[in-house]
Design a binder for this molecule. Sequence first.
Ligand code: FES
Length: 314
Amino acid sequence: MSTLFSVLVDAVTPEGDDCVRLRLVARTGQDDLPRFEPGAHIDVMTPSGLIRQYSLCGSAEDRTGYELCIKREAASRGGSESLCAGIRRGMELRISPPRNAFMLPDAQRHILIGGGIGITPLLSMMMYLQGRNADWQLHYYTRDPGRAPFGDMLRQGPYAPRVQFSRSLKNGYPDVLDTPSPDTAIMLCGPDGFMNAVFSHAVAAGWQADQVHTEYFRPTETTHALSDRAFDVVLARSGQTVNVPAGQSIAAALLAAGVDVDLSCEQGMCGACVVPLVAGEGDHRDMVLTAEEQGRSIALCCSRSRSPSLTLDL
Ligand code: FES
């Protein structure tokens, strides 16, 4: 697990119809909070004792505080709901340093497409791009634009001309997707069905799959089972070989062998457990690494091996 540290809740405000926005600051006498890049998220130890990941939705230039937006979920298993219901200004929370599995790539133009609470990582990207006079546009799909989180901010000031609201994909996809362009990056975040639909539409229109960058908030359905066959993991630095049996993750096998592994979500979503892959063919089951990155890195919490062994830079 990532090392957690304490911060203070500086503000708790309603955001839109069904969200709560938190501002977290360093405790008195502590240094500024660690720097973060647009698209980053943190782990939060919620009052219920469950750890949850939330995107940082404020400006990455602001070293004095982190902004989070938490959606009240009827089907919440307790983590988010305990934050929404139990957090007050002045309380302490334990969080991890920022981690980024949704980096903004270099491009001439950025198209940001968010569905529902998937807007949150796109906001820090939008602020970053706007601050650099970059070419960007935001397409925000939300059931009720009049009461959407951050709706007022996005309808006002410098952002407004570049933001388009829509209630549903049934009303159409962003027109810009009809004209693929090689210098453009698409940043996509939202519910699984929304993301899958936009991704498929973009690829069918002629965009390259690696131009569409995604972040999932929960694991996608997988047909894989962890109980595949066993394989070996060779640690290049120490020369140690660890067998990973069927039904056990690489991370669990390494921890059992006394090898330190950084873990957080344990679902292939956060990137905490990603390490360099030196040799062997990974059977990648994460939602963090791009196809290109999977050639040289592997997520230890969820991936397996297509070759008899994998060599890791550990
Ligand atoms: S622990 Fe989050 S991706 Fe592996």
